[in-house]
Design a protein around this ligand. Structure first.
Ligand code: H79
Length: 466
């Protein structure tokens, strides 16, 4: 099945019955309709200067799970402006309330997040089991969270805080063994008259070239030369960026850090990207070939911290993680620290919950391949999922089977030789029977730990197969 066909087969969002985040459902439908074939067609780059055989993606495939951090000046108003709630995504407050640059800039004078502690953040992230971290270096509001000679609208020059947040995070993340990445809004920049997006201060058409030459390319150069090895740059909303302009960015990145990955939103055509990025918060309905990643919020309806928003549950987050990996993708889960520099306690708790589950079941996630089956996705069922490593299948049971008897119907690629539940402290062997490719597993009548319980099924080795 080619990617386009695979896509036509896809229907589900990650959480059926829940409202998709972040935008109105019609907008999401539009984004999916217009972007889906493009993101599905992503994957390996098609540029001539691409070095042959480079496997920049090895760490990414192995990692499976990363954390995005949406943080910046928008965390101070936290979704409220002049005493009223501003609808929409918290980090979009400037655009949604049409706040003039001169007024928005005043937030910088108040930005003094004394609770910010890069080491504490990195430990929380490491504790979630994530393997990479992707904070904002610059979001759409144009504010740089790093020292920049290309624009004084940056955390060192424009705030009383005066510390280079990206430098501190890069060092602390690496000390925790995380691959350091960053988000950079390449063309949408509401602070600049000649960038995309700010039509309330500067209506009318514009040529983006001067902005790219003056700010985006120089800032990317700063980030790629002053902050050590970068695992990946996460670009966003490329609409309006010309192909040649995107290629200038590709050339710069490849020249300065040839191993740095480019996510699937660098350019509208999704070419010259190392992997496909799905639309925000959207999980494909079925497994998909090629490397891909879902950006997902921990809170509904916002990426940046916004008062009054609700969190997803730990059950939902674990389902999303397993669902994504069982379909062959990576999960990039977003958190939104507050204006004082602290990560909301409920977000810390959710991350610890994911980490606790991964502590027991991580071998079924890291470096795991997608499901060899497909029938588990039928009818948007959430009962179980499967991941795989070589001759070992991992069944992730979200719904405990009646009486503890789990039946896998007629789908085993090869006979099973052993079945065991992962416990975090070795494995607990289970009895099983098989007939005509059907596998019946006898489990305890009740699960011993938080769902999903993972059941490892060892198959007869490839070469020993009948
Ligand atoms: O960083 C997060 C979002 O801020 C960013 N992508 C993720 C990773 C993003 N940028 N644009 N969009 C998502 C598309 C969202 C558009 C909307 Fe709107 C913003 C919908 C509602 C507010 C544009 C402005 C359409 C209506 C108003």
């Amino acid at each position: 099945m080619n990617p386009q066909q695979e896509l036509r087969e896809q229907t589900a969002t990650s959480s059926p019955g829940r409202s998709p985040c972040p935008a109105a459902s019609t907008l999401v439908a539009l984004i999916v309709l217009t972007c889906a074939p493009l993101w599905a067609a992503g994957g390996r780059p098609a540029l001539a200067e691409e070095p042959a055989g480079a496997d920049r993606l090895a760490w990414f495939r192995e990692a499976r799970f990363g954390i995005m951090i949406t943080w910046g000046l928008h965390a101070l108003p936290a979704g409220r402006w002049q005493g009223k709630e501003v609808k929409g995504l918290g980090e979009w407050i400037q655009a949604r309330a049409k706040i003039p640059v001169a007024e928005y800039e005043r937030l910088a004078a108040r930005f003094n997040p004394t609770a910010f502690d890069a080491t504490a953040w990195s430990k929380v992230i490491r504790g979630s089991g994530a393997r990479y971290v992707c904070p904002m270096a610059k979001h759409h509001d144009g504010f740089a969270l790093f020292r920049s000679a290309a624009s004084s609208f940056n955390v060192v020059d424009a705030t009383p805080f005066g510390r280079d947040i990206i430098a501190e995070l890069a060092a602390a993340a690496r000390a925790e063994g995380l691959t350091f990445c960053f988000y950079y809004s390449q063309i949408r920049d509401w602070h600049e008259p000649d960038a995309q997006g700010n039509t309330w201060d500067w209506p009318g058409q514009r040529d983006y070239a001067p902005y790219l030459q003056r700010k985006a390319l120089p800032q990317l150069r700063e980030l790629l030369t002053g902050y050590g090895p970068i695992g990946m740059i996460w670009f966003d909303t490329p609409e309006g960026l010309k192909k040649e302009q995107a290629q200038d960015i590709v050339r710069l990145v490849r020249e300065l850090q040839p191993d740095c990955l480019l996510n699937g939103r660098l350019m509208p055509e999704r070419r010259a990207c190392d992997y496909a990025t799905t639309p925000d918060c959207r999980v494909p309905g079925k497994p998909m070939a090629g490397p891909w990643e879902v950006p997902m919020t921990i809170r509904k309806g916002t990426w940046g911290y916004k008062e009054g928003t609700r969190l997803r549950t730990l059950d939902d987050l674990l389902f999303i993680l397993v669902d994504v990996v069982s379909k062959g993708g990576n999960l990039l889960l977003n958190i939104g620290p507050q204006g004082d520099g602290s990560i909301p306690a409920e977000e810390v708790e959710l991350l610890a919950g994911i980490g606790a589950w991964l502590g027991i079941n991580g071998e079924a996630i890291y470096d795991a391949d997608r499901s060899p089956f497909g029938h588990e996705f039928a009818g948007k069922s959430r009962d179980w999922r499967c991941t795989r490593k070589g001759d070992r299948l991992y069944l992730h049971l979200f719904t405990w089977p009646e009486g503890g008897r789990f039946v896998l119907d007629g789908a085993l690629p090869r006979p099973a030789t052993a079945v065991a539940v992962l416990t975090g402290d070795g494995e607990q062997l289970m009895t099983f029977t098989q007939e005509d490719g059907n596998l019946r597993i006898d489990l305890p009548t009740r699960p011993a730990a938080r769902a999903p319980t993972v059941v490892a099924v060892d198959l007869v080795g490839d070469r020993a197969a009948p």
